[in-house]
Ligand binder design. Structure first.
Ligand SMILES: CC(C)(COP(=O)(O)OP(=O)(O)OC[C@H]1O[C@@H](n2cnc3c(N)ncnc32)[C@H](O)[C@@H]1OP(=O)(O)O)[C@@H](O)C(=O)NCCC(=O)NCCS
Length: 179
């Protein structure tokens, strides 16, 4: 596999990132019969519009990482600092808010390169817990997260349009907090 480079996204990546967010979410979830097209459209139009992505890129507590192979963006991760839910333990949590690889690169190391960089960012920020929400009907991603040491700590609701979906909350304990 060609080498995978991971870099921080900048504001000037907003258009490319918006397309990447849109495409990877659509490819991952549109053909699941549990997702009604109007709920997907509703969520995607608000979450993945250029203005929203620009706002998120500019937010102080968010970190976007882009995976590239030969200058093509093939995946991304979004981290949120100082984000937590009641079930999450740890003094300084960081949320892995999104992790997506393009469909044609699934299973080729993009997720691994991204999550390793996310763990480095967590260490840089001295975080002691990484956590995420993953759809209850997304066993592939759940298995991937388990492989990286995440374990289930509860559930929360993820609103996809009018559909209140259940996400598993998973966390991974890190050893980064200074005493
Ligand atoms: C989840 C996702 C990011 C994983 O990324 P990926 O690029 O497919 O995974 P990688 O090829 O980097 O795999 C890394 C390692 O995890 C393992 N792995 C990957 N998927 C796995 C799975 N479902 N179960 C167990 N292990 C898995 C690989 O074998 C590999 O192990 P190795 O390093 O020992 O060889 C990717 O599948 C994806 O984008 N899915 C669609 C979107 C999605 O569901 N995102 C998560 C939303 S919460």
């Amino acid at each position: 596999m060609e080498s995978i480079k991971i870099r921080r996204a900048e504001l000037q990546d907003a258009e490319m990132l918006t397309e990447l967010c849109w495409k990877t979410f659509w490819d991952a979830f549109h053909d699941n019969p549990k997702n009604a097209p109007e709920d997907l459209a509703d969520y995607m139009c608000s979450a993945f519009c250029l203005e929203q992505i620009r706002t998120e890129l500019s937010a102080e507590n968010s970190i976007f990482l882009i995976a590239e192979i030969e200058n093509e963006a093939v995946g991304y991760a979004k981290l949120l600092l100082a984000s937590r839910e009641p079930e999450i333990t740890g003094k300084k949590p960081i949320e892995l808010n999104r992790l997506y690889s393009k469909q044609e690169f699934l299973g080729k190391g993009v997720g691994k390169s991204l999550i390793e960089k996310c763990l480095e960012e967590a260490e840089k920020h001295n975080c002691d817990t990484m956590w995420l929400g993953v759809w209850e009907f997304n066993p592939r991603a759940q298995a991937f997260y388990r492989k990286y040491g995440f374990y289930e700590v509860g559930k929360h609701i993820f609103q996809l349009g009018l559909d209140a979906q259940t996400d598993l909350l998973m966390q991974k304990d890190l050893n980064n907090l200074s005493k």
